[in-house]
Design a protein around this ligand. Structure first.
Ligand code: HEC
Ligand code: HEC
Length: 396
């Protein structure tokens, strides 16, 4: 009994000690666990390292992924200190378990204000050709993008970036991380942007069932079910010769892969108007910035983030109008709006000014497509410590 009392009496002390070890000199949480992951050593499958996906890689020659840079980028990405009042991190709106998107239709910023558009899943951002960022591609690169949420008066709230660098200089764990990344302790906005971009370029998904299937490209049916293969054919990701192999002779392709391209499943070079923008809730804000105004030469056009992990990134589209994949398919099936700006690939005859094509999907076709889209889910990535929160912040 006496022993038990002793234990009860010391528990608060032990607890306090554990807390203290987790706290940095500014009284906020310090990162824990391994901060030295081997990002450079990740071996991506060949369809990522050669061919069209590799050609679309937007890594600039002056900011390749290094272990020091990506490790620093991870800490920055998950650190709430990056908002002016320590309220939100990049990861608050780009959550690992949700494919680095946000389950909230509009994310909450540092003072609870709402973003005008849905947060984007960040997986495979590295393979968006040309590297322009945001739904409307208004940022020129990941490096350029990184500073924008920091300065945004809804998202992270900085008016003077020098206050941010001064703040980080005073946090004990940052100078060594900058030294490991860039050779010395100096903390600049440029370096913050470079490191954030490096970390985000490590967010590549290659461990889904789809990837397992691609290990045997001539026998996809070793991993994928008949339904999933039918969905893959509908998506447009199977060649006619492959359809023969899987008894899908004559199956129709809906041409999804014309826009959601390659194994990276990401928008290609040209942005597309998928016939959704009329209800754009971000419209007024976008208009102020001189985009989305529908004027000739300046049409409404959006890119799509990678469809990898699409099962986890709901709600869907830039305005989060759809909460399920079923609703997305109903859109493509019957609800695409014919407008001047509509992408030719969604018209009755591709490349003409015809009205929007109605796909008239059957229930079985929808189910097959959704089954295929779910093969893109990469649970290993959602749990990988390389991409996880090193701080363990309490819920917001
Ligand atoms: C308050 C929520 C919020 C915070 C905080 C936030 N983001 Fe975002 N992020 C968004 C939203 C919303 C979008 C889409 C905005 C748009 O297109 O207008 C977005 C878009 C992006 C994109 C574009 C992806 C693409 O495929 O084009 C990147 C990259 C990104 N964020 C990275 C970051 C980084 C890095 C940070 C931290 C420095 C950050 N975000 C902080 C909500 C947030
Ligand atoms: C003309 C090019 C084009 C075609 C063809 C196309 N898409 Fe899209 N898709 C887009 C664009 C662009 C977006 C983003 C639109 C937006 O946010 O308003 C998008 C968004 C999506 C989304 C939601 C992505 C997200 O992160 O919110 C899904 C799912 C999707 N498409 C699936 C499909 C399927 C399945 C097909 C085939 C039936 C298809 N797409 C055909 C261009 C296209």
């Amino acid at each position: 009994m006496r022993g038990a009392w002793w234990l009860v009496a010391t528990l608060p002390l032990l607890w306090g000690f554990a807390q203290e070890r987790r706290t940095a000199n500014d009284g906020l949480l310090a990162p824990r666990g391994s901060l030295t992951h081997d990002y450079e050593g990740v071996e991506l499958p060949e369809y990522y390292t050669s061919g069209p996906v590799a050609l679309a890689d937007n890594t600039p020659s002056d900011n390749p992924i290094t272990n020091g840079g990506a490790n620093l980028g991870r800490v920055l990405f998950f650190d709430r200190r990056l908002s002016v009042n320590d309220a939100v991190a990049c990861a608050s709106c780009h959550q690992q378990v949700n494919g680095f998107a946000d389950p909230r239709p509009r994310s909450a910023g540092f003072r609870g204000g709402r973003t005008s558009r849905h947060s984007m899943g960040l997986i495979n951002v590295r393979y968006f050709f040309g590297g322009r960022m945001f739904w409307d591609e208004r940022a020129f690169s990941l490096e350029d993008q990184a500073t924008r949420p920091l300065a945004d008066q809804i998202e992270m709230g900085w008016l003077d970036m020098r206050e941010l660098t001064t703040k980080l200089e005073k946090v004990d764990f940052y100078p060594p991380l900058f030294r490991a990344a860039f050779g010395d302790d100096e903390i600049t906005m440029d370096r913050i942007a470079l490191a954030l971009a490096q970390f985000q370029r490590t967010l590549v998904s290659y461990r889904s069932r789809y990837d397992q299937a691609l290990k045997n490209p001539d026998h996809l049916d070793k991993v994928l079910t008949a339904d999933e293969l039918r969905g893959m054919a509908l998506f447009g990701a199977l060649k006619p010769s492959e359809m023969e192999v899987y008894d899908l002779h004559g199956a129709r392709s809906l041409g999804c892969a014309n826009c959601h391209q390659t194994e990276a499943m990401i928008s290609g070079m040209r942005p597309a108007d998928p016939g959704t923008a009329v209800e754009d809730r971000g419209y007024s804000r976008a208009l102020r910035q001189g985009i989305d105004n529908g004027l000739p030469g300046n049409p409404v056009q959006f890119k799509a983030p990678s469809l990898r992990n699409i099962e986890l990134t709901a709600p869907y589209m830039h305005d989060a109008r759809f909460s399920t994949l079923d609703q997305v398919l109903n859109h493509y099936s019957e609800q695409v709006v014919t407008r001047r700006t509509l992408d030719p690939r969604l018209r009755e005859n591709e490349g003409t000014n015809d009205p929007a094509r109605k796909l008239n999907l059957t229930q079985e076709e929808k189910e097959a497509l959704i089954a295929f889209l779910k093969t893109l889910t990469d649970r290993a990535m959602m749990e990988d410590p390389m991409f996880s929160d090193p701080f363990g912040w309490p819920p917001e």
